[in-house]
Design a protein around this ligand. Sequence first.
Ligand code: SAH
Ligand code: SF4
Length: 402
Amino acid sequence: MTMIEAPDGLKAGVERRVEKPSLVGLTRDELAAALVGAGIAERQAKMRAAQLWHWLYLRGATDFSVMTNISKDLRARLADTFVIDRPEIVSEQISNDGTRKWLFRYPSRGAGRPVEIETVYIPEEGRGTLCLSSQVGCTLSCSFCHTGTQKLVRNLTSGEIVGQILAARDRLGDHTGGAPIEGAVPSTGRLVSNVVMMGMGEPLYNFDEVKKALLIASDNEGIGLSRRRITLSTSGVVPMIERAGAEIGVMLAISLHAVRDALRDELVPINKKYPIAELLAACRAYPGLSNARRITFEYVMLKGVNDSAADARQLVKLLAGIPAKINLIPFNPWPGNTYECSDWEQIERFADIVNRAGYASPIRTPRGRDILAACGQLKSESERLRIRERLALEAMLPSAAE
Ligand code: SAH
Ligand code: SF4
């Protein structure tokens, strides 16, 4: 494992203040309106917005000075008025298997404190997946999820969500460089080829910002990821599922994890509000669902809890008629939690039953274990380390009584 603290001289521990508004994360219309607000003539704003869009999202520019098709004067005016924001990189860890984990810091909003979130990049044969966070903490408290123990601090803005993609692409050298200005977006050879909303938070409880961010990620003239390569994972916010399909149009993943309501109430407590039958009805009605656009059902393997052959058979029955993939996730243990990961033979037995019923059921291989990079477990280790460091430090300091 390689651990890089605050790469490129970005100093951890120093709170940066954003004095000017950032252009990252605005819709095209908002971008044009921001330019008009900065004194650019209305008839020019759309064209300027398109130019900026290209620099921000296709080329990954972080500075107005590189935008050579915009006049020097205008570049100076833009730089006086706006910033092109990136998260502060507190640390970057690179696992032995190439997985990378960043701890990103965002400035305070209003009276709040700066917040930190983690983003993970998982390279695989032929593709690279970036796992994004949508909130700091989570209002839900799934019993096996570490994020569920951290209460919601705040929603991330669209700019902060897109900022995770841009910062990862900066660090990976994944922006399109040197292509002619009108150049087509390359569809192959991209290091970040897929995006999953599977980090911290429940994306459908931050719908508007997640929608804006994912529409930017899938915009053809910018980051240009196909909507089929973007997956939004939800614990089952039923009333928002239809809108996610209709308005964002990305692939859907459902954190199912149990096939009986009594058990799912315990593991994924939002089930008490939206039980399995309602959730699956929303899945059946998901806009654009077809054999080519299947829903992924995530199922965390918990020893002796949800991993029996009967559970597997019930799962197959429940999903009958839904174009589906089943993603079996080995449980990632964390301190203070009493669940255990199912034995490997049990996971394989479970996968066999599901496979025989005609469903693909890949077992998600744990990646980046040495840097604790599992989705759903983000931020936990860095917090723990901090606490440990703090305790060590406190032990060295004279106590108040002395
Ligand atoms: N809130 C959303 C997305 C973030 S969680 C959701 O719940 O779907 C991303 C995935 O990681 C979910 O399927 C979640 O159930 C799973 N997960 C959470 N904690 C985990 C753990 N300790 N081990 C394995 N998977 C976990
Ligand atoms: Fe929140 Fe998802 Fe974790 Fe549940 S599994 S607590 S919804 S992040």
